[in-house]
Design a protein around this ligand. Structure first.
Ligand code: ADP
Length: 364
């Protein structure tokens, strides 16, 4: 299977100013961030499964995709376009690569932000081979004009190439071979409905339960040549926030620990100690998550507290607290958002070793 990259590396493209100013930049520095860190895309590659059978978890999605691909193979036509939606780090890129591999066709990789003008997309489209897979990561970030070009290409397998400039410019229609677009998005709601409607199959990826992440950690440890003792994979999976990319990253840090301490095998206690060093606790909360919970509980007696006050208390931008910490804290039931502000749940108090409503002195 040939892989061609178009434009800047897909999600590793240079950070935009907007991202730099937002929680996204902050997030990419965290051990528990679901976005790739540094050169992690390279290390992601070595851990990617290449067949649907070795893709762990998401059983319903896998069964649907298998049927979809089998039908296309029997009909001897490229499958309909596929949309993969879900939070970062859950396996969208991996699935796109698997589809191309299962169909034994090349895959061309690009991303919404890498396409700056409709012309960039036109040149990618006009170079496609019959049956090829075109993977567009962060498809919700395509410029408007490129989106419109893509509708036509996906539906009619045609692209209008502009020749010349100014009033003398003409457009020449170019017929494309049949191909399959695989779009990936973390923000399905931002996709305009005409674009969404052109996908024949939409798959939603969900966070992984611990048992599935445990299997994933076991698989990755075999690939990386690490011997895990009983209970070690479980400890890793519990700290991985339901996200394969985080599980693989934590496993690599545990591998570093084992190398430095000359450990031939890694036990559950080693995992705990190694990850404590990185300030990741038993539930996968890091320093910032704990600071947020502490602020609500200790300084505001459990809340409600407004986002700006909370952010000031932990010394972070409001956006960082809102986009980086809160989703996981809310999902795991540590925090609720109410019209009056953020409130810490009983689970949060107990996680900090406190009794709700007691033990703390209110400062306001
Ligand atoms: P996304 O494109 O959704 O951000 P990726 O496909 O790049 O996520 O996955 C991130 C990392 O997690 C990769 O190393 C990939 O191999 C691994 N991974 C993701 N999902 C699975 C899975 N179901 N089974 C095995 N490995 C997975």
């Amino acid at each position: 299977m040939a892989i061609m990259n178009e434009g800047p590396a897909m999600s590793g493209e240079l950070m935009t100013q907007a991202q730099r100013n937002s929680g996204a930049a902050e997030d990419s520095l965290r051990m528990v961030s679901a976005a790739p860190m540094g050169d992690e895309q390279v290390s992601d590659e070595e851990l990617r499964p290449h067949a649907l059978s070795s893709f762990i978890g998401q059983p319903r999605l896998k069964a649907q995709l298998q049927l979809f691909l089998d039908a296309a193979r029997k009909r001897e036509v490229p499958p309909d376009h596929i949309l993969l939606a879900g939070p970062p780090g859950l396996g969208k890129t991996t699935l796109a690569m698997i589809v191309a591999n299962e169909l034994n066709v090349p895959i061309r990789v690009t991303s919404g932000p890498a396409i700056q003008h409709a012309g960039d997309l036109a040149s990618v489209l006009s170079a496609l081979e019959p049956g090829e897979v075109l993977f567009i990561d962060e498809i919700h970030r395509l410029p408007r004009a490129a989106e419109e070009l893509l509708y036509i290409a996906m539906e009619d397998f045609r692209v209008d190439v502009m020749v010349g400039k100014g009033p003398g410019a003409t457009s020449i229609p170019l017929t494309l071979p049949r191909f399959t677009v695989i779009g990936a998005t973390t923000r399905e709601g931002m996709l305009p409905s005409p674009l969404r409607a052109r996908f024949g199959f939409t798959a939603h990826l969900d966070y992984y339960p611990h048992e599935e992440l445990e299997k994933l950690v076991e698989r990755s440890s075999t690939v990386l040549g690490i011997t895990l003792e009983e209970g070690a994979a479980e400890q890793l999976s519990l700290r991985s926030r339901g996200t394969p990319r985080i599980a693989n990253r934590l496993l690599r840090r545990v591998r570093d620990w084992a190398i430095v301490h000359d450990l031939p095998t890694v036990g559950a206690e080693d995992v705990k100690e190694a990850l404590e060093l990185y300030q990741i606790d038993s539930q996968g909360l890091d320093r910032l998550d704990i600071a947020v919970l502490n602020a609500i509980v200790r300084n505001f007696n459990g809340g409600p507290v407004g986002l700006n006050n909370l952010a000031a208390m932990v010394g972070e931008e409001s956006e960082t607290v809102e986009t980086v910490c809160e989703p996981y804290l809310v999902r795991e039931g540590f925090l609720v958002r109410t019209p009056k502000g953020r409130v810490a749940t009983r689970k949060a108090w107990e996680h900090l070793g406190l009794q709700p409503g007691n033990d703390v002195t209110t400062v306001f």
